[in-house]
Design a protein around this ligand. Structure first.
Ligand SMILES: [Zn+2]
Ligand SMILES: [Zn+2]
Length: 169
């Protein structure tokens, strides 16, 4: 859903209808549950505030299986027109919550996707106490109980074996 900046009314524009936004996420496993965002204009600056709730799916940080999670993001972003030349970007205010828009248009779906991505858990887990992958055979230890010894081979022993095999030739 594209909003044209000149069309944002003086009293602001509220977006609360997830259905009206259509599909905002490129990943079909992600779904927007709730959105309550307000766009307010001050000259060419647009202030975006509000919150959203979504279900997302990431690879578990231990076993790499898809791990669905619900995320809540609070939006507090200022959008300014993108400077005409790349050089000017460095002159942008030193503010993390400033973003750019192009050609008087704001893509609400892209904004929501970006804000959801920022709110993702840093270390997603499929469940509390996930056993992860076996470091020896790579098997998912939540699923298979492999016979591997936990400790990888002693590198000193490997060096000795290597030396022994070279001496025998
Ligand atoms: Zn896991
Ligand atoms: Zn194993």
């Amino acid at each position: 859903m594209i909003v044209r900046v000149p069309d944002i009314p003086a009293e602001g524009l509220s977006v609360t209808d997830t259905a009206a936004l259509g599909s905002v996420y490129r990943d079909p496993a992600w779904r927007l549950l709730d959105v309550n965002v307000k766009f307010e204009r001050d000259g060419s600056d647009v202030f975006v505030t509000g919150e959203l709730r979504a279900t997302v799916s990431q690879a578990c940080g231990r076993c790499l299986e898809p791990s669905p999670a619900e995320v809540t993001a609070t939006l507090d972003v200022r959008l300014v027109p993108r400077p005409a030349t790349a050089d000017n970007i460095e002159l942008a205010p030193d503010d993390l919550d400033v973003d750019f828009y192009d050609r008087d248009e704001i893509d609400i779906g892209a904004l929501i996707e970006a804000e959801t991505t920022l709110a993702l858990p840093m270390k997603p887990l499929c469940r509390e106490g996930c056993l992860g992958l076996c470091r020896v055979c790579g098997g998912n230890r939540n699923v298979v109980q492999c016979e591997c010894r936990e400790r990888p081979p002693d590198p000193r022993l490997a060096a000795l074996k290597d030396l022994a095999s070279r001496l025998s030739h």
